[in-house]
Design a protein around this ligand. Structure first.
Ligand SMILES: [Fe+2]
Length: 387
């Protein structure tokens, strides 16, 4: 089936998203498992709340598989061409999430970069505010197949485990985990993460978001040091996890404006000194509490727990328990945060057990804003009480 939407009409709202780093996207390429698995990491976010996003490349018996594509910049295409010369062509591109916009957006461009590759997507892809067919969103209909519904790719080498579909009201959450049996790497997208206490290496390419958030006031210059990078990372991780961390204070507008446009900060990199945040003493405890949710070195991203899984704990637990049964599991590679993380059946069983006992989708403290969003959507009937 031909694609009906011309290239310039696809993703018409793409330029409306103020996504950091505003077109200057650098990629960190790392070999995670020698000759078998590679990570391509970029920064993506809004107003300097930039979080790393990862594509994982698997070596198949013949060729390569791209899991959760990132933007195919010239730098990415060059690195992939190098891998293709060594290991064979990109055969398969997988969109393993039905809801993660940051993973969905780069797929059409990556598909155009590899016109011979087969695309696989999770079922029930959706777009908002207008539901559009995949072809209109830039997916090449003639070579796009739906995971689980139309089969699964490379099952002689890969084991696939679905989480969902879960009804989110506006759309569906679904994630496809993939075990690469020869390396023991389990690839997941958003549901599981390992948040480290040091900034991910991709920030070495551009530490600006870390340095921006390491400050205490808007008129403070962006200064670089390992300690400031760590402070910036802890704050960024809190923003990414809770949207509005409980310890964060917002100074009055007069204070924010009074600190703006200080000498040396009259530039876009410093957002002209506009810094509407204040971190009171002791804010670090909130990051330590975030990390204390880890079990087996892994955790559920809080924003997913409170907005995607608040009433689906059992579905999540069953998925984690089924991943724990996969044979040959050695590493977990998520599309965000640290990777690879040592991971075996016991790590996942420890996580499932911890998730089963603790309070779930709570309303207070760090979770306050997420809980208010969920309760509002629930009250309006936008999200279902029983997904
Ligand atoms: Fe994601």
């Amino acid at each position: 089936m031909p694609i009906h939407a011309p290239a310039d009409q696809r993703w018409p709202w793409w330029p409306l998203l103020p996504l950091y780093p505003y077109g200057r996207r650098a990629t960190l390429v790392r070999e995670l498992i020698p000759d078998q698995v590679w990570s391509f990491e970029q920064l993506q976010g809004v107003y300097y709340v930039a979080v790393p996003i990862r594509m994982t490349v698997l070596r198949l018996n013949q060729g390569l598989l791209l899991y959760a594509p990132v933007a195919p910049t010239a730098e990415v295409r060059r690195a992939l061409a190098e891998l293709e010369r060594a290991y064979g062509p990109v055969q398969t591109i997988v969109l393993p999430s039905s809801s993660g916009l940051e993973h969905k957006l780069p797929v059409p461009a990556m598909a155009r970069a590899f016109p011979e590759a087969q695309l696989w997507v999770t079922p029930r892809q959706w777009s908002f505010p207008v539901p559009l067919p995949l072809a209109w969103l830039g997916f090449p209909a003639g070579r796009t197949r739906v995971l689980f519904e139309q089969g699964l790719p490379h099952t002689d080498e890969l084991s696939w485990t679905a989480l969902g579909p879960l009804d989110l009201g506006l759309g569906t959450f679904m994630e496809a985990a993939c075990l690469h049996r020869s390396s023991g790497c389990l690839l997941v997208t958003d549901a599981l993460v390992s948040i480290g206490d040091q900034p991910p290496a991709v920030f070495e390419l551009d530490p600006t978001p870390l340095l921006f958030h390491a400050r205490e006031r808007g008129d403070e210059p962006l200064q670089d040091s390992p300690e400031r990078r760590r402070i910036g990372w802890w704050r960024l991780a809190l923003f990414a996890s809770y949207l509005r961390p409980a310890s964060l204070e917002v100074p009055p507008a007069g204070t924010v404006l009074g600190q703006a446009m200080a000498p040396g900060l009259r530039n876009a990199r410093s957002h002209f000194g506009l810094y509407p945040f204040r971190w009171p003493q002791g804010w670090e405890r909130e990051f330590e509490q975030l990390r204390s949710q880890q079990a087996g070195g892994l955790q559920i991203a809080p924003v997913l727990e409170r907005l995607v899984f608040p009433r689906s704990r059992q579905a999540l637990l069953s998925w984690v328990e089924s991943l724990a049964e996969l044979e040959g599991l050695r590493w977990l590679i998520a599309a965000h945060y640290d990777a690879p993380v040592p991971c075996q059946g016991d790590s996942l069983r420890a996580l499932a057990s911890a998730l089963g006992c603790r309070d779930w989708a709570v309303n207070a403290g760090s979770w306050d804003l997420l809980a208010r969003i969920d309760r509002t959507l629930l009250g309006l009937g936008v999200v279902p009480g029983d997904p």
